[in-house]
Each structure stands twice: as C-alpha cells, then as structure tokens.
Design a protein around this ligand. Structure first.
Ligand code: SAH
Length: 208
C-alpha cells in the first residue's frame, strides 16, 4: 500500500519540477513513515508537511526534494543541517553526502531523531543538541549548509564556515513571507538566488 503511494509521490515530485534523479531516488529510499507519529502514518507519502512533537513539523516532501536539489550535494561532501526536527531531511541528505552533521535546539527531538537514525542504520549522520545559528565550529569547513527553520537573516559568520564553491540554502523571512534562498560562495563573493515561497517554523535562539 505504502509503495503505491510512494510511487505516486515520486511522480508528483517529477511533475512539480524535481528532475535530479539522485534526489528522487533518495526520497524513494527513505521511509518517511518512520519519522512521524503513528497517527499520521497513512499520510506519510502525501505531499504535505505533518506535525511532529514539540509543535514542529516534518517538511513537505516537495520542499525536502527542492532544497536537496538546490544544495547540489555530491558523494564526497560534508554537509551541515540546522534544524534536525524529525530527522527526515537529514536522512535524505545522508544518502547523497559523505557525512551529515545536524543540530537541533529541542532536546526531545534531538533524542528521538537519534533513535530513528540508529534503528534505520543511517551511520553517516552525526548529531548535536545545540543552537545551530553558531554553526559547528569543530567541524568547519563544510561543503554545504542547509537551514530547515526560517530566519530573518543568517549569521554572517556562517559564510566563513563553507568552502569556496560552497552552497548555503535557507528559508528567509521578509515582509511576512518566506522564500528559499540559495547562497553560493564563489571566489569569496556571495551570490544570492531566490526560489520558491515556503512555510517553515521559525529559527529560534537558545536550547530547550
Ligand atoms: N529538517 C526537519 C524540519 C524540522 S522543523 C525535518 O525534516 O523534519 C525545523 C526544526 O528546526 C525544529 O525541530 C526546530 O526546533 C529546529 N530549530 C529551530 N531553530 C533552531 C536553531 N537555532 N538551532 C537548531 N535547531 C533549530
């Protein structure tokens, strides 16, 4: 049953413009139903965001696919994610990258996502309970950084945490609207491109 829904979802993502076959194949491989509560499990392969614990959300599959595609992840890349949440986006990235470092500010979510990573044997994920706006100093530089919570602006210092030719993708909030922004660091200049309008939970400071 889930398989039929999964195939339908992949077709829908293609129709919506996701063309990177590695991204689609990673979405196909990660069991989204394992990252959500039992009560929502029958909606796991619908193209919608769903609630997770602590009033947070697991992102819509289209948005996960879109952000992953924009991030242009290669097999040898070291990726940082800010906002582990359910762990789903991180799991998708882990199939495309060498290693994914992920930070979550809510202890409960940090712990529950870790349990899922272990159960499903996602062994190239390293996670930390912290405020991700400060990055992960011991692990810089990264090839790619992804924020999965909406910020008004990203901390300038984060740009020094990606290598030259590095990419940062972040939902940016401006005039009550959120847009996916891709920052490319080229010859130490930052090139900014704007993409889809999105709806993310806010990036908040400190830990709880
Ligand atoms: N990538 C997640 C999306 C979860 S929603 C998924 O696939 O499920 C965004 C998450 O970002 C929430 O869990 C929220 O607690 C976390 N978050 C918000 N601000 C943060 C910060 N400054 N540092 C770390 N995590 C943060």
């Amino acid at each position: 049953m889930l398989d039929v829904r999964k195939i339908r979802l992949i077709l829908e993502l293609r129709e919506l413009g996701i063309s990177n076959s590695e991204v689609l194949s990673a979405i196909e491989k990660v069991p989204r139903e394992k990252f959500i509560n039992d009560s929502f499990r029958n909606q796991a392969y619908e193209n919608i965001a769903l609630p997770i614990e602590n009033n947070q959300t697991i992102s819509q599959p289209y948005v996960v696919a879109r952000m992953t595609e924009l991030l242009d992840v290669k097999k040898n890349h070291k990726v940082l994610e800010i906002g582990t949440g359910s762990g789903y986006q991180c799991a998708v990235l882990s199939l495309l990258a060498r290693r994914v470092y992920t930070i979550e500010r809510i202890k409960n979510l940090h712990e529950s996502s870790n349990i899922i990573f272990e159960k499903l044997k996602f062994t190239n994920i390293v996670s930390k309970y912290d405020d991700g706006n400060l990055g992960w100093a011991e692990q810089i530089p990264f090839d790619r950084i992804i924020f999965t919570a909406a910020s008004k602006k990203i901390n300038n210092e984060i740009f020094s945490h990606v290598k030259n030719d590095g990419i940062i993708v972040c939902p940016i909030e401006k005039n009550n609207k959120q847009t996916l922004v891709k920052y490319k660091k080229q010859k130490n200049q930052i090139i900014t491109e704007e993409y889809d309008d999105v709806l993310f939970v806010p990036n908040l400071q400190g830990v709880v």
